[in-house]
Design a protein around this ligand. Structure first.
Ligand SMILES: Cc1cc2nc3c(=O)[nH]c(=O)nc-3n(C[C@H](O)[C@H](O)[C@H](O)COP(=O)(O)OP(=O)(O)OC[C@H]3O[C@@H](n4cnc5c(N)ncnc54)[C@H](O)[C@@H]3O)c2cc1C
Length: 308
């Protein structure tokens, strides 16, 4: 299991494969399981369908590690016009972005300027938050520092933290004082052993430890705890813990990816839990899609089925 995860994560970063695999018809077909389409209109149509079930969305245009600042400006402009469109269609959609898609590898200042342009627009037009995705561990500290900097000026920003990292509980501790919005995930990248929990049960347990901390802190502080996982056992454990400490369903939130455990997504919303579905779109889906395969290598059978 771990071997296939590692191979798939290695493939997600391999330049040769990055150039060739996305052109293969059967792979393009298989990707549709996780994305309604490559265009923002396909994503907006999917968000509309979810909105009919009272399920709001999070949007992310796929792409990472851009190599020219002009690409980051195009991403910024894309989101700004998208926010206008979301407002026109009166949909409840938040944006979540990767900093390396906004220029983080090239210029922190430009990344900041691009990012806050989106944050300002979201505040003005939608009155909602913009989240920062968490990428691999080489970016963790810089991303947290970046978040703290933006949070000084804007209250409508959130950050993702990963339960597989040993440091995350401390990071939560440090962020609490700034009333953060935190989206907890297990973590999707190939990381050095020295930085992460040894095995999956330990990661799952740390997710719960971080969850408890966030739920408890949310009693005193103005924080927004978001639990982004498809792990059903963990989800029910979180709801039980929230009940036990007397936290209302409206005070925390779940998120899942489009196409994964859709029945459970609908059930959570129907049962009155706060729930958002993350809808990804865009042409640069290859590394993201490989990480989805790595999360559940059995998904490869779905790709193989599409060959035939
Ligand atoms: C809204 C959202 C935002 C995210 N943002 C980030 C981020 O910014 N940074 C980051 O590192 N990671 C991010 N992730 C990914 C996350 O780190 C995990 O890799 C991913 O969610 C799988 O872990 P899990 O919590 O679902 O638990 P797991 O224990 O991996 O999975 C639980 C169960 O869910 C199902 N499942 C999980 N993944 C898949 C899949 N790909 N295909 C089919 N079934 C599946 C399986 O039935 C599995 O048994 C995000 C995830 C979500 C839902």
């Amino acid at each position: 299991m771990n071997i296939s995860r590692n191979i798939l994560l290695w493939m997600s970063e391999n330049k040769f494969m990055k150039e060739r695999i996305p052109k293969m018809g059967f792979v393009r077909k298989a990707v549709k399981k996780f994305m309604p389409g490559e265009t923002e209109d396909a994503a907006l149509d999917a968000a509309f369908e979810f909105s009919e079930l009272a399920i709001p969305s999070v949007f992310t245009m796929l792409g990472e590690n851009i190599t020219q600042l002009s690409e980051a400006v195009a991403v910024r402009d894309h989101y700004i016009q998208l926010i206008e469109k979301i407002a026109d269609r009166k949909l409840d959609i938040e944006i979540s972005v990767k900093l390396t898609q906004m220029g983080f590898d090239l210029s922190e200042e430009e990344t900041y300027n691009n990012f806050i342009a989106i944050v300002k627009k979201a505040k003005e037009k939608l009155g909602n938050e913009v989240f920062i995705d968490m990428e691999s561990s080489i970016y963790t500290q810089r991303t947290i520092d970046f978040y703290k900097r933006v949070k000084k000026e804007f209250d409508n920003v959130g950050i993702c933290l990963q339960a597989y990292l040993l440091r995350t509980e401390n990071d939560i501790e440090e962020l609490i004082s700034i009333n953060p919005s935190i989206r907890m995930v297990k973590g999707a990248y190939k990381e050095p052993h020295s930085l992460v929990f040894k095995d999956k049960p330990m990661v799952d347990e740390n997710f719960f430890v971080c969850t408890k901390k966030l739920l408890l802190e949310s009693i005193q502080k103005n924080i927004r705890p978001v639990f982004a996982t498809h792990d059903e056992k963990l989800i029910w454990r979180i709801t039980q813990e929230a009940d036990r400490i007397g936290i209302k369903k409206s005070a925390y939130e779940f998120q899942m990816l489009y196409g994964i455990k859709t029945a459970l997504q609908k059930q959570l919303a129907k049962d009155g839990y706060q729930f958002r579905v993350l809808i990804a779109y865009g042409e640069s889906w290859y590394p993201w899609y490989m990480r989805r395969l790595a999360e559940r290598p059995a998904n490869i059978w779905f790709v193989i089925k599409n060959i035939f």
